[in-house]
Design a protein around this ligand. Structure first.
Ligand code: PDD
Length: 281
């Protein structure tokens, strides 16, 4: 496949970065994942706004303006044959001459890397035949700034592996007895007929898919509340969903060893999945 690295498009096999890159040494960088359907970028402004915010929070200068980012993404999509692809975009603080925790002085050029991956057919595309997945619960062992889309993903990676080892598709994380999010997704529940998701704060990534679902709930007058979710509410939920740019909105039908609701994708999920697909078109 074709990738973009520091000003040039090339075959993945040709791409090389320095072992002194601060992304490699310190996980000192941030990333975005932007889906494209039929080669058209989806919620691009929202993703770029979050990218700009992540860069600001870690004090990496944005190497491109929005127009330039869009041109790069579109060219990369085209060079990879187009269709339904997610664009991965990573920016690190760059390669310094020595390993020092503090930022390089004078500053070095940021490293910019972009690649694409095919998007699997999402569950929301076929609400009537979707089967749903399993999730496990785990303690949220991450840092205090999960709102930054940092490439420092070791805890997320360890937690996702625990899910996979347990035959699950996601680990739903609990901090002091409250749901934060999944290892790479946001979480919604349906409780007493109301769709609930935790508020955006430093404990979770402000998901673009999450925000769209919230918007769709408003547009279609679905009962919705943004508030903290206790572990007990999660366990008693009639429905649980996870959301992300690559999975859209997926029903969780088994939590640990227990069925969620009747163990099938719920009616509210089907409604939201249909609205999501209509919005995408
Ligand atoms: N992850 N929370 C975390 C920790 C995530 O890593 C992600 C997405 C989300 C959902 O955000 P969005 O709806 O904007 O994709 C929430 C991406 C897809 C990834 O790491 O591959």
């Amino acid at each position: 496949s074709q990738v973009y690295l520091n000003g040039a498009f090339m075959a993945l096999e040709e791409a090389r970065i320095s072992p002194m890159d601060r992304g490699f040494l310190f996980a000192d960088g941030i990333y975005e994942v932007v889906p494209a359907y039929n080669s058209v970028l989806f919620r691009f402004d929202e993703h770029l706004e979050r990218l700009e915010r992540s860069l600001r929070e870690v004090e990496i200068r944005n190497p491109h303006d929005r127009q330039q980012w869009q041109v790069l993404c579109e060219e990369l999509i085209e060079r990879n044959g187009g269709g339904n692809l997610s664009v991965y975009l990573q920016i690190t603080r760059g390669a310094a001459t020595k390993r020092d925790h503090a930022f390089p002085e004078p500053p070095v050029a940021a490293t910019v890397f972009m690649m694409t991956s095919p998007i699997a057919v999402p569950a929301a595309d076929s609400p009537d035949t979707a089967s749903g997945g399993k999730a496990i619960t785990r303690d949220d062992t991450r840092w205090a700034r999960c709102d930054i889309k940092s490439i420092s993903l070791l805890p997320n990676s360890l937690l996702r592996q625990q899910a996979v080892s347990a035959g699950a598709m996601e680990a739903i994380l609990l901090h002091d007895g409250f749901v934060t999010e999944g290892s790479a997704s946001n979480v919604f529940i349906v409780h007493d007929g109301v769709i609930v998701t935790p508020p955006k704060n430093h404990a979770i990534l402000g998901g673009i898919t999450r925000d769209l679902i919230v918007e769709l709930c408003g547009q279609h007058g679905l009962p919705f509340a943004e508030r903290e979710i206790t572990e007990a509410e999660l366990r008693q939920a009639d429905e649980i969903w996870i959301t992300s740019s690559t999975r859209e909105v997926v029903p969780i039908t088994q939590l640990n060893e227990a069925a969620v609701g009747d163990g099938k994708p719920g009616a509210m999920w089907k409604t939201v999945a249909r609205h999501y697909v209509d919005f995408k078109r």
